[in-house]
Design a protein around this ligand. Structure first.
Ligand SMILES: NC(=O)C1=CN([C@@H]2O[C@H](COP(=O)(O)OP(=O)(O)OC[C@H]3O[C@@H](n4cnc5c(N)ncnc54)[C@H](OP(=O)(O)O)[C@@H]3O)[C@@H](O)[C@H]2O)C=CC1
Ligand SMILES: O=C(CO)COP(=O)(O)O
Ligand SMILES: [Zn+2]
Length: 356
């Protein structure tokens, strides 16, 4: 139970070790020792990220006398979670490591939660705050669901690897952080209109994280470790805000509902953080806020700000706007309970230059 009878968060689950820097992937055994983990590890990794990081973690742990198994997965489905659980039971794994993208991390996170064993997050890209959060996005019955899980015991983010990942992934991470602006505005609205429990600390941390990122937009560039470090720290900070809140409220509002809606209408076109960034521009307009500031910041970072840059047809932007309010009905946002009219959806998308 995360909240007490007054709706206050009573249990804040945070990672114990957060290790960020050049070459820290080679410190993985030290982190496992620090956490007093057992001898048997199971690594969940992806097709591309196996060569980039999975094999390094495998060899590093094995060289230090650990028994290490590796599972390569390409999609975060419930079937894959079950297969990882079976592998972990077969090998008597004491802990799981998600090494790679959001998919590998989410599979390992949920499987470890269900097996009640520790989980370590070793991201190869800073594309969203799932690298540190206590939620796992898993496809079940053809729908993506966000499932409460245990937070990683440790996050080991090698900024050299992350800086060398395709820049698009880092820019997407920035879009996920910029979302905090409208997520917090939605939360404040829900607190005022629906008396929803609100954490000033979580909201302030979340808002401040987005502001630092936008203020630093000029310095976020490809292949720069300083940029990777800045974005990773912002994602960690967003994750902490969610832990304080005991939910994703400080980092997921109407702009995330738009992204989730787009996933169901035009799956696979764009990355989560890219869609959330574009959603933030439009939801900020609906809030009557400074949507140009969001758009300018994303443009400086070279994150998408239009349907065309997302690779999504204009009509799908409108369809997603029209169903966004149905995505998570218990979470009150600027979209209200009845959502936008078609005219209003077209007006917001056109005024903010998301569609032409
Ligand atoms: N748990 C949470 O709170 C959240 C979860 N998510 C979920 O995460 C999932 C995917 O996130 P997404 O934003 O698409 O991005 P990902 O982080 O999953 O990465 C996308 C692709 O980039 C590849 N990649 C990752 N790192 C590198 C690297 N260093 N070099 C080369 N290629 C690399 C991956 O390869 P490979 O094939 O090896 O995996 C993958 O194909 C989605 O299912 C989404 O729903 C999103 C937000 C929050
Ligand atoms: O992506 C997230 C925060 O950035 C998690 O949000 P959801 O709870 O909407 O899945
Ligand atoms: Zn997100």
């Amino acid at each position: 139970m995360i909240q007490d009878k007054h709706g206050e968060t009573k249990w804040m689950q945070l990672p114990r070790d957060v290790v960020v820097g050049t070459g820290v992937i080679n410190d993985i055994t030290d982190v496992c020792n620090d956490l007093k983990l057992g001898d048997n590890a199971l690594i969940v990794t992806g097709d591309s990220t196996r060569k980039i990081a999975g094999d390094i973690v495998h060899d590093e742990l094995e060289d230090k006398g650990r028994s290490v198994e590796m599972y390569t997965s390409s999609s975060a489905t419930m079937d894959e979670v079950r297969r990882v659980e079976d592998e972990a039971m077969k090998y008597g794994s004491n802990y799981l490591l998600g090494v790679g993208s959001g998919n590998s991390i989410d599979i390992a996170k949920l499987a470890a939660t269900e097996l009640d064993i520790p989980f370590l997050s070793v991201p190869t890209a800073a594309s969203h705050d799932g690298i540190v959060s206590s939620r796992a996005s898993i496809i079940h019955d053809s729908k993506t669901t966000s499932i409460q899980s245990n937070a990683p015991m440790a996050v080991v983010a090698d900024t050299e690897i992350i800086a060398n990942a395709p820049y698009r992934l880092l820019a997407a991470g920035c879009g996920d952080i910029v979302s905090n602006y409208t997520a917090v505005l939605d939360w404040e609205l829900a607190s005022r209109l629906k008396n929803e429990s609100f954490s000033e600390y979580a909201a302030s941390l979340s808002r401040m994280t987005a502001k630092i990122l936008i203020d630093s937009a000029d310095s976020i560039k490809p292949e720069l470790e300083s940029s990777a470090r800045l974005v990773v720290k912002a994602l960690v900070s967003s994750g902490v805000a969610m832990s304080i809140a005991g939910s994703s409220r400080p980092a997921s509002g109407s702009e995330h509902m738009f992204s989730h809606a787009l996933d169901s209408i035009a799956p696979g076109s764009a990355l989560h953080g890219e869609q959330c960034g574009v959603g933030t521009i439009m939801m900020m307009y609906l809030h009557g806020g400074d949507w140009q500031m969001i758009r300018d910041g994303l443009k400086k970072i070279r994150a998408p700000t239009t349907a065309e840059e997302l690779g999504v047809e204009d009509k799908y932007i409108i369809e997603a706007l029209l169903i966004s309010h149905t995505i998570r009905q218990e979470r009150y946002t600027i979209l209200g309970t009845s959502g936008l009219t078609r005219d209003a959806a077209e007006a917001v998308a056109k005024t903010t230059k998301v569609i032409s």
